[in-house]
Design a protein around this ligand. Structure first.
Ligand code: NG6
Ligand code: CA
Length: 514
């Protein structure tokens, strides 16, 4: 570049800044109008009713409540599915997970389920100039066919899906191997003590919960009786990797520290952080400083711990003076569950607390609590605080953030993601006209109508005590008049039910709904 070009360039910049100032905005603000930092905080199994700004009385979540107070609190916000893997698949790809086989709840040694050539949420934002990171729960598989090489280079990993940086646990806290993976490697692994994992048969000589319940500090209520790590028996068998094993009580601290450090490292370029907390998923093991913070035992205490993690992110933004120009989403990957396989006092100490709020069912369920979750969007520079009843889903974040950053999605990308930017920013009170909710069966929402297709599964999950909402005949509910889904209107509204069933079939057949 010549000196003259530099001077002309400088003059143009100066002119731009002068125009911006004369319009009452500084250039930095103008730039961040289109490219705010974006943080998606996704809790694991937190219910609509678990947050005090959504009505919880038995515990308080002051940090999440601050997000709600300073942002837009959605009352009809949804995870894309009622369990983790399909929900996160849809969040990251903008494709309903029912279209992709193999997206049920994955074992801890599963291969990556997302095609690496798909446009993902982080890849799309990276194209817009963002630095992208994921910290926390992954649960979308790692490695190629045959699963990850725990003792070598793990590929594909989130780093092959558009994340510049990843610090994750592969699956869930209750699944082996109980180690963190940073970028493509297990953190702290001693090569002399290789990790071996098997989900079909015992491997190595570590005790199991089944054989040695006397060694447990937390006992399973159902399942979870295989290899014992850190006094807790898990799903799956493992041995080795002693130096790399996580301590459950430190997990929230570790993930939060990684998330804050990712934020602190970014300078100049906008960043996207997908922060997926493990709380309040099982096994619920709060750090000692949170033990007894609620009267609800570990489930209540890890909810408070989760709120603390959210607060640490917010304090980092405040400290770095990034609050105004950062768009923060807080939501949960699926609805709540009380007994999810460990005897952790959650049932005994629940009291009057209703994790699902006014909604029926919970995690795993076709009923509304399966996917209707807390959903808050805060962006002080652009969003006026309030409450919204727009129908929105996490599957829509991809198309909405593409619109925000001025990007056109290719026709084949994100086939079920709808640009809901006006609703997410509170410029419009209307969100989606229709939404597919996925659990054991599919449901279709159209406004306040909800049609649940015929489901073959059981009505109840006995171990978790969840009403699954399966019925061999279709069900139709009117949520504004009957939020508890108690009155099946199929008989009186047969034509509507038939039409909604055919619409569901059409959405399935067409392979896209955008
Ligand atoms: C179930 C587990 C449950 C939980 C769930 C996945 C048993 C008996 N239950 O199979 O504890 O891990 O899978 O949860 O093993 S999710 O939030 O990741 O979808
Ligand atoms: Ca979950």
């Amino acid at each position: 570049m010549t000196r003259k070009q530099l001077v002309v360039g400088g003059l143009i910049c100066l002119l731009g800044a002068m125009i911006a100032v004369s319009h009452g905005t500084d250039p930095r603000a103008m730039q961040s109008e289109k490219r705010p930092n974006i943080i998606v905080i996704l809790a694991d199994d937190a219910g609509y009713g678990d947050i005090s700004s959504y009505g919880a009385k038995a515990l308080t979540t002051p940090n999440i409540d601050r997000l709600a107070r300073e942002g837009l609190r959605f009352r009809d916000g949804h995870a894309a599915a009622a369990t983790c893997t399909p929900s996160r698949y849809a969040l990251l790809t903008g494709e309903y997970a029912f279209r992709k086989s193999g997206t049920g709840v994955l074992p801890g040694d599963a291969a990556m389920v997302v095609d690496t050539n798909r446009l993902t949420l982080p890849a799309m934002l990276r194209q817009a100039g963002y630095v992208t990171g994921v910290v926390g729960k992954w649960h979308l598989g790692l490695g190629g066919a045959g699963g990850p090489d725990w003792n070598g280079r793990i590929e594909p990993s989130p780093n092959d899906l558009g994340f510049d940086h990843s610090f994750i646990m592969a699956a869930t806290g209750d699944r082996v191997p109980t180690v963190y993976v940073e970028n493509r490697r297990v953190v702290g692994l001693d090569p002399a003590d290789p990790i071996r994992v098997d989900y079909r048969a015992p491997i190595g000589d570590w005790p199991t919960g089944m054989a040695r319940p006397d060694l447990l500090r937390m006992h399973p209520s159902h399942g979870h009786d295989m290899t014992i790590v850190n006094g807790i028996s898990r799903i799956g068998y493992m041995t080795g990797g002693r130096a790399a094993l996580w301590k459950d009580e430190d997990m929230a601290d570790v993930f939060t520290r990684e998330a804050v450090s990712f934020i602190e490292k970014q300078r100049g370029r906008p960043f996207f952080l997908y922060f997926a907390t493990h709380d309040p998923h099982v096994p619920r093991v709060p750090h000692p400083r949170f033990v007894g913070k609620t009267k609800m035992g570990p489930r209540g205490d890890v909810l408070v711990e989760m709120d603390w993690s959210v607060g640490e992110i917010m304090r980092a933004l405040d400290r770095l003076d990034l609050t105004r120009e950062t768009l923060v989403v807080f939501s949960s990957d699926n609805g709540p569950v009380v007994d999810d396989g460990y005897r952790d006092d959650a049932v005994e100490k629940l009291g009057a607390h209703r994790p699902a709020g006014p909604w029926r069912g919970g995690k795993y369920s076709n009923f509304e609590a399966g996917t209707r979750v807390p959903f808050i969007v805060r962006w002080p520079a652009r969003i006026r605080p309030g409450v919204s009843d727009a129908l929105v889903s996490q599957v829509d974040l991809l198309a909405s953030f593409a619109a925000l950053t001025g990007q056109q999605l290719p026709q084949a990308a994100a086939p079920d993601s709808v640009d809901l930017l006006p609703a997410l920013l509170g410029k419009s009170a209307t969100g989606r006209a229709e939404l597919v909710e996925q659990a054991g069966a599919l449901s279709l929402r159209e406004g306040q109508w909800k049609y649940i297709e015929p489901g073959k599964g059981p009505k109840m999950s006995v171990p978790t005590n969840t009403e699954l909402g399966n019925d061999p005949a279709g069900q139709l509910y009117r949520l504004d008049r009957d939020p508890g889904e108690t009155l099946n209107l199929v008989a009186g509204e047969a034509a509507r039910a038939t039409r909604m069933q055919s619409r569901l079939e059409q959405i399935r057949r067409q392979g896209r709904s955008r």
